[in-house]
Design a protein around this ligand. Structure first.
Ligand SMILES: [Zn+2]
Ligand SMILES: [Zn+2]
Length: 182
């Protein structure tokens, strides 16, 4: 057993929040997690927070954009899990990435797991059982030089097997944006 290092959210209070307040609660949770990380790594930059993720991904650490993205649709229906698991999950990616040599670490490898357990007191899991029925039929996010693309599960499988896809607009090969919590 580990001791939770982030305070347990009040479930009843969480359910009463309207959308702006709910989004603020995510930002505040990121801030609390960030302060814990700062104790370990004083030079850690503060991540921006966006609630603009679609599809099956609950959250994503986006190092190019310099912040953490969360899925507002999944947040709405999984409020507690977001604060207790998804925010620490993405924050742990953020921290590990900024540690010396951290960008070479495997995404859910030893470093990430240690941060989850020791710093946040959360059992490290890589997947969530969220109801994604309302999510898009093309949930896998890919990026080229000019925009984001959504792939279906079938297309995503082909891409993973080596089938290359190019953007019709900028001709760049599409790169999977990943999805750290799905
Ligand atoms: Zn493009
Ligand atoms: Zn992850």
């Amino acid at each position: 057993m580990t001791i939770p290092a982030l305070p347990a959210p009040d479930t009843a209070w969480l359910e009463t929040l309207d959308r702006p307040a709910l989004h603020r609660s995510v930002s505040q949770r990121v801030e609390s997690a960030f302060r814990l990380c700062r104790e370990l790594h004083p030079g850690l930059p503060r991540p921006a927070v966006w609630l603009d993720l679609r599809g099956k991904c609950a959250g994503q650490a986006h190092f190019g954009r310099g912040g953490l993205r969360f899925n507002p649709l999944l947040l709405e229906e999984n409020r507690l899990a977001f604060l207790v698991e998804v925010v620490p999950h993405e924050m742990a990616h953020w921290l590990v990435h900024h540690l010396e040599d951290g960008h070479r670490a495997r995404p859910h490898g030893h470093e990430w797991q240690t941060v989850m357990r020791r710093l946040f007191g959360v059992e490290p899991r890589t997947t969530h059982r969220f109801d994604t029925q309302r999510a898009s039929p093309t949930p896998y996010r890919y990026r080229c030089g000019c925009r984001e693309h959504g792939f279906s599960a079938r297309r995503h499988r082909l891409a993973r097997r080596g089938q290359g896809y190019r953007c019709r607009h900028c001709a760049q090969t599409l790169v999977y944006l990943g999805c750290s919590a799905s």
